[in-house]
Write a protein that binds this ligand. Sequence first.
Ligand code: WQD
Length: 349
Amino acid sequence: MGTASKKILVTGGVGYIGSHTCIELIASGYDIVVYDNLSNSNIEAIKRVEQITDKEIEFVQGDLLDETLLTQIFSQHQFFAVVHFAGLKAVGESVAQPLKYYKNNVAGTVNLLEVMQHHQVFNFVFSSSATVYGDPEQLPITETAPRSTTNPYGRTKLIIEYMLEDLCASDPRWQVVSLRYFNPVGAHDSGKIGEDPNGIPNNLMPYISQVAVGKLEKLRIFGNDYPTVDGTGVRDFIHVVDLAKGHISAIDYLVKNSTDKKESIGFFAVNLGTGSGTSVLQLVNAFTEATGQIVNYEFSPRRAGDVASCYAQVDLAEQNLNWQAHLDIYDMCKDTWHWQSQNPNGYEK
Ligand code: WQD
């Protein structure tokens, strides 16, 4: 069967990475159903995805914990796989409200997996994160690096990975690709969709773009005394479109393993990054070079919980998923600015 007959449930598909992945799933010929509770996203994003793809998107507003609604959806559709983005992801909020994170992210995912199992849907792509590596002992970080986390948000990602490993070990019908994202940034080149954080951005790139567009006064660079090229933090920034395409490669990998009747892949964790590190200051300078926009900043004390450097070993994705990132830091800055300058207030909540 070609991809056209493959139907994918995309949980959290209205969000930043989810909406970009919906575009790539449609472009690759998959049919999609989007399931999102809109707690941290704006339905306008789906309208923009429909404009970009010229396709009507089947959207269901619902919560991961709503077993009745999920059951109803799985009764109506024969899904080949689920791409699971839905989840709370603010590190600081997770420290203040851990139960909210464990209930929504962990209990919600258990509920989803139970409904999948009941309906014999065993292909799963999980939105994981480099946060499961904690403070890396070695760089670049390989998928076999020890996992440890320092905040409830990161722990929910790690607990879900452990759950998925146990599930795959219990039943070979389960095939799981756990995509460990490094630092997603950028926007679709149409400028119609992009990152639209609630309130003041926690993450660097949306903060930079909101300073550039005049919504925020100045960027505080958290620490310039790290043992790095210029003292500021180093991260593996990856363009959200490259990241979205990594999900297509993961689905294609599941399709291939299902049709070739090879032995189950079981639980397969893979890094999605560029494999190279960029410092905070280098990103600020690249943003100005790429967009002509000045970004006012000052140095501030380090942010609790930050690691000095974090970037990926990406051989596994290249070898097994035949995927690698192609867009560079200037594309990330240019596309971010195109989105932000066209949408100074995001999707206008
Ligand atoms: C990047 C660098 C900061 C803001 C987080 C989550 C991780 C993942 C990606 C979900 C660091 C510096 C930032 C600012 C700054 N999210 N910075 N001023 O912390 O690497 O990762 O987002 O999965 O789980 O932990 O990303 O963008 O917050 O920070 O100087 O206003 O930018 O110190 O060095 P981070 P970030």
